[in-house]
Design a protein around this ligand. Sequence first.
Ligand code: FMN
Length: 167
Amino acid sequence: MKKTAIFYSFRSVKSQQQAKKIIKAIGVPVDEVDLDTITRDTFMGYDNYVLAVPTWFDGELPNYWDEFLPAIEGESFKGKRFAIYGGGDQKGYPENFVDGIGVMAEFLEDRHGKIVGMTSCEGYSFERSRAQRGNQFLGLALDIENQAALTKERIEHWGQQLQKEFK
Ligand SMILES: Cc1cc2nc3c(=O)[nH]c(=O)nc-3n(C[C@H](O)[C@H](O)[C@H](O)COP(=O)(O)O)c2cc1C
């Protein structure tokens, strides 16, 4: 049976609340892994990944991702599927909206990982995003600063999408 896990910082209240809702929406057994204590061997032990990647520092990854990525930069993710979600603020950071999702997607694709869970950019208003490819985001953008009321529906829809796109 394929193994699925969701990776987020257990210290991030927002990522954690979103993770719990995503687990429910996917509806299959999902391990929860803490990015603050993650190791290379734990990370490599799965087939399907849900990764929490909020955007910090004007378009950058959070510290915990920056600290961990060197441990897996030499790996191949061939055969693995990755769904990325992350918080962003389209009014506060319109030129870097959810860039972290794009930075992570590029890192994984460079190492032959497959990105799933892409979503439409419709319904968001921003100027530029590294997470945008065509009219889609390379994951699920969650903006609780400006669109909190849409989060529940976005997550439920995404969970159903992942049920089909994970193998
Ligand atoms: C200092 C700071 C910088 C931020 N930079 C960005 C950014 O460049 N792009 C963006 O979309 N959101 C940005 N945000 C908004 C956060 O991504 C958003 O609040 C997110 O929900 C944080 O999630 P977390 O608490 O789980 O880390 C920034 C927030 C702060 C406080």
